[in-house]
Design a protein around this ligand. Structure first.
Ligand code: ME8
Length: 665
């Protein structure tokens, strides 16, 4: 069977992020699953480079659009490599192989009367690259709820594509193909949209020159969406390339819900007009949102460096998180502490722990050699039945692109395996010589469970099979989907390795702003805090020392730490916005500071040394990733640095023009 799967081609106006990564990882997991099934897979991704917003962004960077996109496209390719994306092709719409197909199709549609020349008078939203009629605008702005930005008035000669002519054919096609637009919530949205009436679409621009020229009228460039959608066939070598013959129609186009409309209306109508079969499925997933509920997007600037995340947690863990958290038909929430939580609970505790525990037992009780199993008992029978059930349900769920619940099912198997360890209690069996054969069976079953887990998770976490095969002494070629519910594949007598934990637990508090608040006794913390700011009020050897040169009594230097330990401290410049003394104590001052665009409250033991107004508008140094703590009922979110000796204390002030949020290293 052939399987052709695509992601959208992304705008390279800035680097890829977690949202774009989600779509690509989801498509990759499906592509890998189909390869495991033995299908002949073609997986396409790429970049959409002929947009007006690319010209704008390049201008802002004072550079030529092509030079600009060449740089960003490299970032996309690097990120996909770091995330183990197994695409078979990467199309750029500035490539000739694409441009010539777009020109050919534009000409054909014009010649057959589906494209005609007229004048466009209306609005254009450049961030969305979308034309809007006056009556669709909301308070004069882009009506796309996720955008709402300014639109520009256009009045220019344009070519139009007769969408209206195909409206009924498209409605009928959708009615006859209930699986065409998925999930069903998106299908219903699209049906309502099309039934509302399709206007002919403006498909050329004359006010800028970046893009694919209309071949018979070169002052026009082709509208970016018409150009972009054609990538799905130009990359295959339409009209007579071998790949086109082999792979078209696509089995699925995966995308975010924001662009289903273009794929469910413009794209099928282009194909209907060309008399080309339509893709089998258009699948629109939800968005990754921040904890506060905003969409993660380049333009909102709430994007975390994906490379840094992969370096911290590994590609498999990030992929697992992204695929596990996005439920069908809804949005997912992304935050780094959610990633760590999932990693610690599902990967380190459930999965990793089973693997290390069971390998450790084979090493301990059988010198690392997989034993020959005896007769199965009831528990082994149950596990075997469960593996069949899980294989079927994972296949069913992946058949409808439901990756999150496929993972849930796999973790049902993982949980059952952990329970099997407790039920069989190999540590007790090991104490009784007459239980030797039973222990062999249990240990062998453990190893088979690991093998099955490696197959089931292979599409989602492609780094795992090779690591697990190494531990099991298994040839990686033996990770075969059809053997997910076959038992007895591992050869008794094979040597296994205990190895390193597959997923070490992560201590979240080492990263900025993601620590949980730990309850600590208030007074004790206050004392600590005061010690940390080095307020010493008792004796003062320094000033009492005799002449000539006083030798102050310094605190001993603490034991050495590594650079990595130091790097755990996140020190930031913070601007003091306001300061006031805390009631009923002469030591504490409450400060409101601004750091990286956020206002924080900090309680500091400096009130004996400063009047509140001395600090306002000063730039101090904040330990920004210290766990918050309560002091006199006030939550203190960090600590400010001060130098002190004896009775003298000075808060460290940054005098250069550095904003609140700048790193101190
Ligand atoms: O729309 N959560 O490109 P684009 C989940 N060039 N997915 C997200 C996301 C988020 N927060 N943010 C982005 C374009 N995406 C056109 C496509 S195709 C012929 C042309 C993903 O760079 C999601 O797949 O704006 C969304 O549809 C896509 O990125 C938009 O990427």
């Amino acid at each position: 069977m052939k399987y052709y799967i695509t992601t959208p081609i992304f705008y390279p106006n800035s680097s890829p992020h977690i949202g774009t990564a989600y779509t690509t990882v989801a498509a990759d997991a499906l592509a890998r699953y189909h390869r495991l099934l033995g299908d002949k897979v073609h997986f396409l991704t790429g970049t959409d480079e002929n947009a007006q917003k690319i010209v704008r962004t390049a201008e802002e960077h004072g550079t030529d659009p092509k030079i600009y996109v060449d740089g960003v496209v490299e970032r996309f390719k690097e990120l996909w490599a770091a995330l183990d994306i197994s695409n078979d092709d990467f199309i750029r719409t500035t490539e000739e192989r694409h441009q010539k197909v777009v020109q050919q199709i534009f000409t054909k549609l014009y010649e057959q009367g589906d494209i005609y020349k007229s004048e466009y008078a209306g609005w254009y939203c450049t961030p969305c690259e979308t034309f809007w009629l006056e009556n669709k605008l909301i308070e004069g702005k882009c009506p796309n709820g996720d955008c709402c930005r300014d639109v520009e008035l256009l009045k220019e000669e344009s070519y139009f594509f007769r969408l209206s002519k195909y409206q009924d054919t498209l409605l009928q096609y959708i009615a006859e193909h209930p699986d065409f637009i998925q999930p069903s919530s998106r299908r219903n949205e699209m049906l309502r949209f099309i039934e509302g009436g399709l206007e002919d679409l403006c498909v050329s621009r004359t006010t800028f020159q970046w893009g694919i020229k209309v071949p018979f009228d070169p002052k026009h460039v082709v509208y970016v969406w018409l150009d972009a959608l054609i990538n799905y066939i130009s990359a295959l070598g339409y009209p007579d390339g071998e790949n086109y013959q082999r792979y078209w129609p696509a089995d699925v186009h995966i995308m975010g819900k924001d662009i289903v409309r273009f794929h469910a209306v413009i794209w099928p109508i282009i194909l209907l007009a060309l008399d080309i079969p339509l893709p089998k499925v258009i699948y629109g997933h939800g968005w990754y949102l921040t904890k506060e509920g905003g969409k993660i997007s380049k333009s909102r600037g709430n994007v975390q460096d994906s490379f840094e995340l992969i370096q911290r947690y590994g590609s498999d863990a990030i992929r697992y998180f992204l695929l596990r958290e996005m439920q069908v038909g809804s949005d997912g929430t992304y935050s780094e502490d959610n990633v760590v939580e999932r990693l610690n609970s599902d990967l380190a505790n459930d999965f990793g722990n089973f693997v290390s525990r069971s390998l450790a037992m084979v090493v301990k009780y059988r010198e690392g050699i997989i034993p020959r199993p005896g007769q199965d008992g009831k528990l082994e029978q149950e596990l075997k039945e469960l593996s069949q059930e899980i294989k079927n349900s994972v296949e069913k769920r992946l058949g409808v692109f439901d990756l999150a619940s496929a993972l849930e099912e796999i973790w049902r198997f993982v949980a059952r395996c952990n329970k099997y360890v407790d039920e069989t209690a190999p540590w007790s069996l090991a104490k009784h010589e007459d239980q030797r054969e039973r222990l062999d069976t249990v240990l062998y079953t453990f190893m088979e469970c690991i093998r099955i887990m490696a197959i089931l998770t292979a599409p989602f976490m492609p780094g795992l099979p090779s690591r697990i095969c190494r531990l099991l002494g298994l040839d990686e070629g033996l990770i075969r989907w059809e053997e997910t519910d076959q038992w007895g594949i591992l050869e008794p007598g094979t040597r296994v390795e205990k190895g390193e934990p597959l997923f070490p637990r992560i201590d979240i508090s080492q990263y900025l702003n993601v620590g949980e608040t730990k309850r600590v006794d208030e007074d004790q913390t206050m004392d600590q805090n005061i010690n940390q700011t080095q307020v010493q009020t008792e004796t003062n050897e320094f000033t009492l020392s005799p002449e000539p040169t006083p030798t102050p009594e310094f605190e001993p230097i603490k034991e050495e730490i590594s650079i990595d330990e130091f790097a755990k401290l996140d020190l930031r410049v913070a601007k003091v916005l306001s300061a006031e003394r805390v009631a009923k104590t002469d030591k504490l001052m409450k400060l409101e500071v601004e750091v990286a665009g956020v206002v924080r409250t900090v309680v500091s033991g400096i009130a004996k040394h400063y009047a509140p107004e001395d600090l306002v508008n000063k730039y101090v140094v904040l330990v920004a990733n210290l766990k918050p703590t309560k002091l006199r009922g006030i939550t203190s979110q960090g600590m400010i640095l001060a130098a002190s000796q004896g009775e003298v204390l000075e808060v460290l002030i940054v005098n250069k023009d550095l904003p609140g949020g700048a790193r101190v290293k």
